[in-house]
Design a protein around this ligand. Structure first.
Ligand code: SAM
Length: 373
């Protein structure tokens, strides 16, 4: 064991400290009074959700989770009546349309629905119990996948419908891919991640959760391309595109020094993130068909990586590619899940899950765009 005080390579300022300093400076301005509570939550243990694997023998798994006091937050949202549940994603008008009109927010007038097979169990608010590791069933399929429950929201908000073709541009290690597959509605899924090693990890996840018959070339393609080039590879193609970009992974950055993007050696990489994110979102916009929808998400609180990226990508899509887009109002989703997650009160564009001691999920930012032309 290396004694920390003798180790010459020990950085003077650990990356976690640098991250916290950076966040204190920016998020105290951005979040105001909320920042101290978000800060303390990010420094405490994060809460997980158990995404149930519909391809395993689920009855025993669900009974076991229920016996531990967990509930499926998707089909049993706390304090939501049956009628409200059915009407949830009806995307009604925003309370303050003037701010949203400027960026083109639309109402989704599709019939009310949140018909999904996705199931994710969580312990009650304030209960910080941990899940046991999942066990394989008789056929070797694992019963659930543990992930930040707020990470399910982008997959839910993407609203995959029967027969859709879907592209997941930055997919590894595969939590959201797995959530999308649980819908059992996708005709063709294209899964991509630039990192070859992370793509192998994603493949291992898929092999542990999805039967071989569903991993065939007719139903799924797994690639390791640079997602920024998608517009050159396949334009105007997919019904749905998920762009879950690399970001400052705020919770990781304040907790773990290993692989931390706030290390001095990674300063340039960190500063280039908004540009990379914009290029990835723009590629996703080009890849979706007119009428299709793109979901942009990060696990950062940073406006520079969230709202500004969406605004810039929409601008570039219009000016350089002649593509017009509208922002889809996600408030029906936040209303439905307001007792499970703590959402930022007045987001300018998109929705943001704020970590909170009684619901220590997130941060997750998401914004949905509909391509009009
Ligand atoms: N969606 C994943 C999930 O739910 O498990 C998490 C994705 S993670 C936030 C971002 C991913 O983007 C990383 O795995 C990284 O390798 C990948 N990435 C970074 N740059 C990329 C690029 N230019 N093209 C495609 N993927 C990229």
């Amino acid at each position: 064991r290396v004694k920390a005080k003798w180790a010459g390579s020990q950085p003077k300022y650990p990356a976690t400290n640098l991250a916290l300093q950076n966040f204190d400076a920016t998020y105290s301005l951005q979040l105001g009074e909320q920042w101290p509570s978000v800060r303390v939550s990010m420094l405490c243990e994060q809460k997980y959700g158990a995404l149930v694997n519909n391809f395993s023998t689920t009855e025993g798994v669900i009974a076991d989770l229920q016996s531990q006091g967990c509930r499926d937050f998707i089909c049993q949202p706390v304090g939501v009546g049956a009628l409200e549940r059915l009407q949830a994603p009806g995307f009604p008008l925003h309370d303050n349309p003037s701010t949203l009109e400027s960026v083109g927010v639309i109402q989704d007038l599709a019939p009310p629905r949140l018909r999904t097979n996705i199931k994710c169990f969580v312990f009650p608010g304030g209960d910080i119990s941990r899940f046991k590791p999942s066990r394989p069933d008789l056929y070797g399929m694992l019963g659930y996948y543990l992930m930040d429950a707020a990470s399910i929201l982008p997959a839910l908000a993407l609203d995959v419908q029967e027969g859709h073709s879907v592209l997941d541009v930055c997919a590894a290690p595969g939590g959201k891919t797995l959530a999308l597959l649980q819908t059992q509605a996708i005709r063709f899924l294209c899964v991509n991640d630039i990192s070859v090693s992370r793509t192998y990890r994603l493949q291992r996840v898929l092999n542990s959760y999805v039967p071989k018959e569903l991993l065939t070339e007719e139903r799924m393609r797994i690639t390791s391309f640079d997602g920024r080039k998608w517009g050159e590879i396949e334009r105007d193609t997919f019904d749905r595109v998920l762009v879950d970009v690399p970001c400052t992974t705020d919770r990781h950055s304040v907790m773990e020094d290993e692989n931390n993007i706030f290390k001095r050696a990674r300063t340039k990489e960190r500063q280039r993130l908004p540009q990379l994110q914009t290029e990835l979102l723009l590629a996703g916009i080009e890849a979706v068909r007119p009428g299709g929808q793109v979901l942009y998400s990060t696990c950062s609180l940073s406006q520079l990586q969230n709202e500004y990226v969406v605004e810039r990508a929409m601008h570039l899509a219009r000016e350089e590619h002649g593509i017009s887009l509208q922002v889809v109002d996600l408030r029906p989703i936040t209303r439905l899940f307001k007792d499970t997650f703590h959402f930022a009160p007045d987001p300018h564009l998109g929705q943001l899950v704020l970590p909170h001691l009684t619901a220590n999920f997130g941060p997750i930012y998401m914004c949905k765009l509909q391509r009009l032309s």
